[in-house]
Ligand binder design. Structure first.
Ligand SMILES: Cc1cc2nc3c(=O)[nH]c(=O)nc-3n(C[C@H](O)[C@H](O)[C@H](O)COP(=O)(O)O)c2cc1C
Length: 171
């Protein structure tokens, strides 16, 4: 039994890495969290064996893309950019960021452009803390996604869920 399963289901993102003028990659990531607001910061754990790790070490930037497409999440989460060009193989339409030359998946529910401001090596992973330099989200207001039920949650392995449309408001 794995301790971290107590913290799932949790939102899953696709991390874009590299530089759109040179080389890029995408991988699935569910170990991702907001960190601070004064400095807009978020962090995620990246296994040091991943191609994503190599590209983030090199370019010190990454993007966070929230997409509804579970097939795409699974594909980029089970193949390595060390072996294939995922953007070409999976026909991922992307463009360069506004603030940073990170790849942003077109049509995503949200795209965030992050510059690495700290990294913490722990066990097999590097925990990257990124400052959000620019972000945009579709159909979004101060309370978040209007269509929040489209945000995918990762349970474990091949099991995913989507939030129920039913909201409960506390009194
Ligand atoms: C749903 C899902 C969530 C994942 N979450 C993470 C994660 O949080 N951190 C991580 O390092 N790898 C995570 N992975 C594994 C990587 O996405 C996977 O090993 C990928 O092939 C790495 O690609 P790369 O070598 O091209 O960087 C996840 C995979 C899936 C399918």
């Amino acid at each position: 039994m794995k301790f971290y399963r107590t913290l799932h289901p949790r939102p899953v993102a696709i991390i874009g890495s590299g530089d759109t003028n040179k080389e890029i990659n995408f991988m699935a990531c569910s170990w991702i969290t907001p960190i601070a607001e004064d400095i807009s910061a978020l962090g995620f754990a990246c296994d040091k064996g991943h191609y994503t790790y190599e590209l983030i070490q090199k370019y010190k930037q990454f993007s966070v893309n929230i997409v509804e497409d579970l097939d795409l999440i699974w594909k980029v989460g089970t193949s390595s950019g060390k072996e294939i060009n995922k953007a070409e193989t999976f026909n991922i339409k992307f463009k360069s960021g506004k603030a940073l030359s990170v790849p942003l998946i077109e049509g995503a529910l949200a795209n965030l452009e992050c510059k690495v401001i700290k990294d913490v090596e722990i066990g097999e992973v590097m925990f990257y803390i990124g400052e959000v330099k620019h972000w945009k989200a579709q159909n979004f207001d101060e309370y978040g996604y209007k269509e929040f039920w489209k945000v995918p949650l990762h349970k474990s392995g091949k099991a995913f869920a989507f939030p129920s449309k039913k909201l409960r408001f506390l009194k």
